[in-house]
Write a protein that binds this ligand. Structure first.
Ligand code: APR
Length: 224
C-alpha cells in the first residue's frame, strides 16, 4: 500500500499558491490573525473573509495533471491519499476517499455544537447553525493549535504502508511533518516529489513541478 501525503505544492499549478514560497499566503497574511482560534475569536469577520477568498479561488480552480495522476493511482492501486490541502481538487480529478487532515473549504462547522454542512460561497458571522441556530459558524479548517482530523486512521495506514511519498510539502508543520520519520521508524521506503528538496530525510527524491514529476512517477508505478 502506498501512503501519499500532499501539500500546497500539489495545487500550486492550479493557481492556488502555497504558504511559504515567495508570495505565499503566510507572506501576505499574519497566520496568527486568520488561522488560529484566537484570531477567529478576536475578529471573526476577518477570518471568514480570508476563507471566503480562498474558497472562491479554490472553486474557480481546476485539477492539474498531478491531481489527475494521483486520482488514477488511487483508482488502480491500494493507496492512502492524505492531504494537508483544504481544496477539493483531488476529488474533482476523480480521487475517492481523500483524507483531509486539515479539513476542507467546502465544509462549514458550528463552533457551538460541532455540526457540519456544505459551506456557502460567502460565509458570514451572522449565519445561524442549521442544527442549533447558534451564530458560531466557522470554516471546517484545522487551525494552528488545533488537532488535525483523522489521525488514528492516518497512523494506521502509515504503519501498514510499503512506501511513503510526500508531494509538494515543505515538511514544516507537525504532525504531517513527522510522518516521514514515522515511516523510517517502520522501515518503510520514503520518497519525496517536490519542486526542490525540503530537507526532510527521504531515501529518494524526484524534483521539479508537480505536473511534470507526479504523472511520470505514477506511470512508472502503474506499469511496474
Ligand atoms: N510543484 C511541486 N512542488 C511545489 C510547487 C510545484 N509547482 N510549488 C511549490 N512547491 C513546493 C515548495 O517547494 C514547498 O516545499 O511545495 C511546498 C509548499 O510548502 P508550504 O507552502 O509550506 O505548504 P505546505 O507544506 O502544504 O504547508 C503545510 O502549513 O500553513 C499550514 O495548514 C497549512 O496545510 C498547510 C501546512
Amino acid at each position: 500500500m502506498i501512503f501519499v501525503l500532499t501539500g500546497a505544492g500539489l495545487s500550486a499549478e492550479s493557481g492556488l499558491g502555497t504558504f511559504r514560497d515567495e508570495g505565499g499566503l503566510w507572506t501576505q497574511y499574519d497566520l496568527s490573525e486568520v488561522a488560529t482560534p484566537e484570531g477567529f475569536a478576536a475578529d471573526p469577520e476577518k477570518v471568514l473573509a480570508f476563507y471566503n477568498a480562498r474558497r472562491a479561488n479554490a472553486d474557480s480552480a481546476t485539477p492539474n495533471a498531478a491531481h489527475t495522476a494521483l486520482a488514477r493511482l488511487s483508482q488502480q492501486t491500494q493507496t492512502a491519499l492524505v492531504t494537508q490541502n483544504v481544496d477539493s481538487l483531488l476529488e474533482a480529478a476523480g480521487a475517492r476517499d481523500v483524507i483531509h487532515m486539515h479539513g476542507q473549504l467546502d465544509w462549514a462547522l458550528c463552533a457551538g455544537c460541532g455540526a457540519r454542512w456544505d459551506a456557502p460561497a460567502v460565509m458570514q458571522v451572522s449565519d445561524p447553525c442549521p442544527a442549533c441556530a447558534a451564530k458560531a459558524t466557522r470554516p471546517d479548517v484545522v487551525w494552528f493549535g488545533e488537532m488535525p482530523y483523522h489521525m488514528d486512521r492516518i497512523e494506521n495506514a502509515l504503519s501498514a504502508a510499503d512506501l511513503f511519498v510526500a508531494i509538494g510539502t515543505s515538511g514544516t508543520v507537525y504532525p504531517a511533518a513527522g510522518f516521514v520519520e514515522m515511516a523510517r521508524a517502520y522501515g518503510i521506503e520514503t520518497l519525496e516529489l517536490n519542486l526542490e528538496p525540503s530537507g526532510g530525510r527521504f531515501d529518494d527524491g524526484l524534483y521539479g513541478p508537480a505536473t511534470d514529476i507526479v504523472p511520470d512517477w505514477v506511470d512508472r508505478v502503474l506499469t511496474a
